[in-house]
Structures are given as structure tokens and as C-alpha cells.
Design a protein around this ligand. Structure first.
Ligand SMILES: [Zn+2]
Ligand SMILES: [Zn+2]
Length: 752
């Protein structure tokens, strides 16, 4: 991997061992030619792997003998740019402790310089146009290093030896303030002026590493509310940046693992349980017990928090709703001028948009909810060779993937393709990653859903190039991805639990027990189909799902209307839609079942963001224990017309509980346990039929930590070997990786 200080490290190691030769990058990786006494060569090889720099990742080492040339001294040779590339570009890494120390040291020549970095830290992916990763290929090309910086860059003993974005206040990028209308705001100290404005309640647009953030004082309720109104983001939680780990502990209850996650070089947003009375404004994350918290990862952010007035800042991607994050100065002024009160700009161009990554600990294991900065464009291994191909991903939360050989490269989180600029971002990012990895796809994999923008775009793109298309069923892709990630050969039993995915029968799936191989699957069992009156409208208004599920369970229409607070007229319309099947698809989705129960129990009629009702239901259940004291909450396994998990008795039980005044916290906990038990039971049945003992869990519902924990512990109790995602998201952000795995397996079989 380039840009992680590996060549300088090799240089130091060779020099220390008194060995001669050279180190260089070619497009296959790092090449070292070395000569000297055999014992020292052996020590060198051992230290090469054991002492590698923090950001380096060694996939494999190949050693071969060559004739000694008798040369003396060790050198670093220039990069070659031809051939097929496998070294790629490193991910962006948070400012390292050494650099932070210099930043805050009045005696250091980089004191308060917002763009310092070294070989152990700094931007990479977001400032690089193409490989090889060398300064002329980055947005640092226009800054000529001053003599001091150049001397560091050239000195093999220096931490900044060949640090491509190396810079200082004399020669590097700078910052300045602009008003909302783009007019200059004169200031001796733009950082201090920015803080003054934040403390006064202003909304600041701050240019960062992968794009602009919109920032307000997270302890100022009025400021947070104003940001929400201007950004048109009403309920969805906002991420909060705090000074350091101690500060994070003051705002959240953190486990040791969560603390470790906060400190990783990727510095993701981590979802953690928030402390009451910590001072964070209620509007930051209304209705849920968690807070998305993260630590400064760029020098400019460290400077903001070096001011004791700054405790916690909302730092949210600068965009309107789900549009792509703004990166260009002029673009930002145009798009954010009506949201931000002022801009903190800089002149180091961001070449790749990249949002902050989001992670959570699920049952003790880190899980990616949004895979972006700090992870992209790192490769995810595949268990078998893939021809060069493109997998276009899903519809919402789109991420595409390129694959070749034993690796897949997922794009950054691209967001919703149907939003303004969404497809443009997709094209821009695809062109860049194809160029970066020199992958020319020979096939295109897409979702079965004919209505996905990614599907129609992928079909057009393939047609222009005369490439074959491979349609991959949504839930098969989820499971195949998780199998591939763990290098499982299969077959495996797959629990594919999510919101919406197009089934092979044209219905909407999402509560699926599959028997999966990489290239094919059988549907063993699924949740009972329930009408979805209004289609997408039933997603935005979960009371529709509640009404449909209740009446489907045989509960009287009048009672269903009363329980869901539905008017007589609405009841009539719903009943007609369901009866006459007007715009009312059938769904086996677990996500929709969660919506329906949440709508009923929490009386939430509409949602502001995806899965809001389900997330709130998980939130209130948090204080109940796991033990299931009511078997009637468990969906019953029926095999009359195909194997289904019937939810009728569960709905009766919920209605009984509600009428007997059982608390909603209790009902929510019982529902989580019941769902888990139902799927565990179905999985055990699948095992008795197939003899398969490996269970792979995927789909957006696995973001529900309570459900994931209940499933895992329950399945393990039954003796199953259980696998969950580690490197890609279980939600639709991970879909393209699974599509790539399925397509690669199918193509390999075809060609064999
Ligand atoms: Zn550093
Ligand atoms: Zn300089």
C-alpha cells in the first residue's frame, strides 16, 4: 500500500541492518531488492512484517533469490506507472498523536497550522486523482514545498520522509472566512472567528477532509433546531464531535471496545448510549437513547476544540437532506448559502467526496453502518477469483463495487440516487475508482428490482459497452456478501432480514430464511405476507402497516382503526385498497413488521427518516430483560403453502397486552425476543432438512443491536456457527459487495 510510510520504513530497516539495494513501488505492490549477509537478510524479513508502520497492511510477501550485484547503500526509487495496479490508494487517516502535539506546541514551526500531517496520518483517498499515490497526482501538486518541508520530505530519518501531503504555513494550504453570500470576512484568526460565531449560535459550513460539515454548538437547542429547519432534516439524529475520549465519556456510556473504536485511524462516528444531563441539546437525537459521537480527525478540528469554550459540536454532512456532500468551494457557497451563516474555507482541493463513516458495536463486534472515510478505497477480499466486474448496488444508501481477482473495492457511501446530484456522484466516483484500480468491467451485476435507478443505469451502461448483465436477488446478495467476507465455501443457512427487496415472485421480501450457495439459493421459509397499502406510502406512514397487519391477523376493522388512531374514512380507504389490491403489494419484510408494531405500540403515524419507528422501538425496549415469558409472541412456523412464519397469534398477543395496560417497553422487548425465537426455530428446521450448521446473518434489520444479539446468542445456544458482517455493512450499503460475489461465482461457473 502506498502513502503509509512503508518505503521509508523499509529504508530505515535496511540501513539499520546494514543491507544494500533499493525499494520502490510498482503497480503490483512494493518491490525490495536487497543484498547482504544471510543472517541479516533473515532478520530484515522478520522485522519487515513485525515492525510495519501503523497504517500499513501487508497482504502477502513473496521472496525470490537474485544474483548479488555487490552494490553499496540503500535507496528509494521513483514510482513506475504502467501495468496492472494492485497497490491502490490508502484510506484517509486521523491526525496522529505526534502531529497533534506539534499542532499545539507554541515552539513548533507548525504551531496551529491546520494542514500538518506525516507518513502516519493525513488525507489520502480524498486528495488523490489517480495512482500511483505521489504528490503530483494529488491536490497538493499546486503547493510547492518550501526548503524546510522539502528537507523533511527528503530525509529518510524524518517522520515526513516522502509524506506526500507534507506542508507548513509557509508553503501549504491556508484557511479563510466567508459570509453566507460569499463576501470576504477579514480576520486575523479565522479559527477563533469561527468559534466566536459558533458560540453565538451561528451555523458554520466548515470545509473538512471528505467534504464540508455543517456545524453548530451541540449544547445550543435553538441553534440545533435552526440547523434542522434549514437543512430540512427533522427527526434524523445528528452526529456530535467532542474534544477527546474523556469528553466522549462525559456524553456517553462507553464500553472499552467503543472507546477503542472511537480512537481508530478511521475515527468513525460511533453510536453509543448517551448520558442523561450531559448538556447535549435534546434536538440532536430526539426519541432515541443513543448519540452518534466522534473525535476530531483533522488538525483544523483539533484547533476548534483547543478552545475551552467548545464542548460539543454538531458536525453533519453539508447537504440538503440526502444529497451528496458538498466539496468544492463554489459549489458549497451555491448549495449551502441558504443554510450556513458563514463558511470556513480552505484551498486544498477535495477530489473525492467522502462522508464520515458510522459504526456501532453489535454484540461485542464492530459493525459498519456507513462505510466511507477511513475505509474507502481499501479492498475487501473475495473467496475466489473474480473477472473484472461492476456491481451497481441498491437504490437508497447506494454504494457500488468493482471487483477483480481476489478483491472487491466498494465505493464510498453515495446516498440516495434519486436525489439531485446522486447519479452524477455515482458516475464521478465510478470513473475515479475504475481509473484508480485500472479495472475495465467485463460484466455488470445489478439488483432484480426493475424500479431501482441503479438497475436501469447499470443496464444502460452495460448496453453502451456490450457487456453481459447479471441480475442478483436482493437477499441472496446480502447473504452471499457475508459468506464471501468470511471466505465461506457454502452452502449456508442465510437469515436475510431487512426492509425492502424484490423477490423472485415479484413480491417484496425481507424476512427470509434462505439456503445459500454463492451462485444460487433456495427460499426455505419467510415471514407471512402482509399487504402494504399504498406501497412506499406505507413505509413513510407506518400506521398503514399496523392497520394492514392487524386486519390481516383477523382483528376486527373497527378495533384496528381505534388502536391505530385511524379515522373512519381512512379505514374505509385502507380496507378497499387491501381488498381490491390497489397499489397494495404484499411483503414478507421484517423491517415492515417492525414498523407496524412500532406504529401500534408507540403510536407513531409517520416517520421522518428510514427505519425511525423501528429504531425507536429498539430504543424503548432497552431496559427489559431478554427472557421471553410469552410464547405467543413467537411467529409460528407453518408449512401449508410453502413454509411461512405466521404472525397472527403475535398480533393477538400484542393487542391483548395493550388492552391490559402492559407497558410499551415490555411489549417492545417481548416482540424482539419473539421475532428472534421465530427465526431461530425456522433455522433449526432448515438444519434438520439440509444438515447445514453455518448460519449467516445480513440485512438492514441487523443494525438493530438487540435483535442481532438475541439471534446470535440464541443460535449459538442451539449449536450453530454464526457469521455476521465485519468489513461491509449488513444494510444496503453492503449489497454491491454481495452482488459482486454472486456474479463472480456465476461467471466462474459459466466459464468453467
Ligand atoms: Zn502525523
Ligand atoms: Zn513548508
Amino acid at each position: 500500500m502506498q502513502g503509509v510510510g512503508f518505503r521509508p520504513f523499509v529504508y530505515r530497516l535496511a540501513t539499520e541492518e546494514g543491507l544494500a539495494g533499493f525499494v520502490g513501488n510498482d503497480t503490483n505492490g512494493v518491490v525490495i531488492e536487497i543484498e547482504g549477509p544471510a543472517k541479516r537478510l533473515a532478520t530484515f524479513c522478520r522485522r519487515l512484517e513485525s515492525e510495519a508502520p501503523p497504517l500499513a497492511r501487508i497482504d502477502s510477501v513473496t521472496v525470490a533469490a537474485v544474483t548479488a550485484t555487490g552494490e553499496s547503500g540503500f535507496r528509494i526509487v521513483a514510482s513506475a506507472a504502467e501495468g496492472q495496479v494492485s497497490t491502490g490508494i490508502p484510506a484517509d487517516a486521523a491526525t496522529c498523536a505526534d502531529c497533534v502535539r506539534e499542532l499545539l506546541d507554541p515552539g513548533d514551526r507548525r504551531y496551529r497550522y491546520p494542514f500538518l500531517n506525516c507518513t502516519n496520518c493525513g488525507p489520502r483517498f480524498t486528495i488523490t486523482r489517480r495512482i500511483p499515490y505521489d504528490r503530483p497526482q494529488t491536490s497538493m501538486a499546486k503547493f510547492k514545498m518550501c526548503a524546510d518541508c522539502q528537507a523533511e520530505y527528503d530525509d529518510p530519518a524524518n517522520r515526513r520522509f516522502h509524506a506526500q501531503p507534507n506542508a507548513c504555513a509557509v508553503c501549504g494550504p491556508r484557511i479563510w472566512l466567508l459570509g453566507a453570500d460569499g463576501s470576504a470576512i477579514a480576520s486575523q484568526d479565522p479559527v477563533k472567528a469561527c468559534i466566536d460565531r459558533l458560540m453565538a449560535g451561528d451555523i458554520m459550513a466548515i470545509k473538512g477532509i471528505g467534504g464540508f460539515h455543517l456545524s453548530v454548538d451541540a449544547t445550543n437547542e435553538a441553534a440545533v433546531m435552526r440547523l434542522r429547519e434549514r437543512k430540512h432534516r427533522h427527526g434524523k439524529p445528528l452526529a456530535v464531535m467532542v474534544r477527546d475520549l474523556n469528553a466522549a465519556r462525559a456524553f456517553c456510556h462507553l464500553t472499552e471496545q467503543e472507546e477503542a473504536l472511537l480512537m481508530t485511524a478511521a475515527r468513525p462516528i460511533v453510536l453509543a448510549v448517551r448520558r442523561d444531563g450531559s448538556g447535549v441539546a435534546p434536538a440532536v437525537a430526539p426519541g432515541i437513547p443513543w448519540l452518534g459521537v466522534f473525535l476530531p480527525y483533522a488538525p483544523l478540528q483539533h484547533l476548534l476544540f483547543a478552545d475551552s469554550r467548545v464542548r460539543a459540536l454538531v458536525m453533519t454532512s453539508a447537504n440538503l437532506s440526502e444529497e451528496p456532500i458538498a466539496i468544492d468551494n463554489d459549489e458549497a457557497l451555491e448549495r449551502l448559502g441558504k443554510i450556513a451563516d458563514a463558511f470556513l474555507m480552505h484551498d486544498r482541493e477535495i477530489l473525492q467526496r467522502c462522508d464520515d463513516s458510522v459504526m456501532a458495536l453489535v454484540d461485542g463486534a464492530p459493525q459498519l453502518i456507513r462505510r466511507a472515510r477511513g475505509f474507502v478505497p481499501l479492498a475487501v477480499p473475495l473467496p475466489f477469483d473474480s473477472p473484472p466486474l461492476l456491481a451497481v448496488g441498491g437504490h437508497l444508501k447506494n454504494v457500488f463495487a468493482l471487483a477483480r481477482g481476489r478483491f472487491a473495492y466498494q465505493s464510498q457511501h453515495l446516498g440516495d440516487l434519486e436525489n439531485l446530484g446522486g447519479l452524477e456522484f455515482f458516475r464521478e466516483s465510478l470513473t475515479h475508482l475504475m481509473q484508480t484500480f485500472e479495472i475495465e468491467p467485463e460484466a455488470v451485476a445489478h439488483d432484480l428490482h426493475p424500479g431501482y435507478l441503479s438497475t436501469s443505469w447499470g443496464k444502460d451502461w452495460a448496453a453502451e459497452r456490450g457487456l453481459p448483465l447479471i441480475a442478483v436477488q436482493h437477499h441472496h446478495a446480502h447473504i452471499a456478501g457475508c459468506m464471501a467476507e468470511h471466505l465461506l465455501e457454502g452452502p449456508a443457512i442465510g437469515l436475510s432480514l431487512d426492509g425492502t427487496g424484490y423477490g423472485t415472485d415479484g413480491k417484496i421480501w425481507g424476512g427470509e430464511v434462505l439456503v445459500c450457495r454463492h451462485d444460487s439459493f433456495d427460499r426455505f421459509a419467510h415471514l407471512e405476507y402482509i399487504p402494504m397499502p399504498g406501497g412506499d406510502a406505507a413505509v413513510r406512514e407506518p400506521w398503514r402497516m399496523a392497520f394492514a397487519a392487524l386486519t390481516n391477523a383477523g382483528i376486527d376493522g373497527e378495533l384496528a382503526a381505534e388502536l391505530t388512531n385511524t379515522s373512519k374514512q381512512q379505514t374505509r380507504v385502507m380496507a378497499q385498497m387491501i381488498e381490491r389490491k390497489i397499489n397494495t403489494p404484499l411483503t414478507s419484510s421484517l423491517g415492515r413488521l417492525f414498523d407496524a408494531v412500532a406504529a401500534l405500540v408507540l403510536n407513531r403515524r409517520e416517520v421522518d427518516y428510514d427505519a425511525q419507528a423501528a429504531i425507536e422501538l429498539e430504543g424503548i425496549a432497552a431496559d427489559e430483560d431478554d427472557r421471553l415469558d410469552r410464547r405467543d409472541y413467537v411467529p409460528e412456523l407453518w408449512s401449508m403453502n410453502g413454509v411461512t412464519l405466521n404472525t397472527g397469534a403475535m398480533w393477538q398477543a400484542i393487542v391483548d397486552d395493550l388492552r391490559h395496560g402492559v407497558s410499551k417497553e415490555r411489549i417492545a422487548a417481548r416482540f424482539h425476543s419473539g421475532v428472534a425465537e421465530g427465526f431461530i426455530f425456522a433455522t433449526a428446521n432448515a438444519r434438520s432438512v439440509t444438515g447445514i450448521n453455518q448460519v449467516v446473518m445480513s440485512g438492514g434489520c441487523l443494525h438493530n443491536r438487540r435483535l442481532a444479539r438475541l439471534l446470535r446468542t440464541g443460535l449459538e445456544r442451539e449449536g450453530f456457527q454464526v457469521f455476521q458482517h465485519a468489513q461491509v455493512s449488513p444494510g444496503d450499503g453492503g449489497l454491491s459487495y454481495g452482488q459482486a460475489a454472486v456474479a463472480a461465482a456465476m461467471l466462474t461457473k459459466q466459464r468453467a
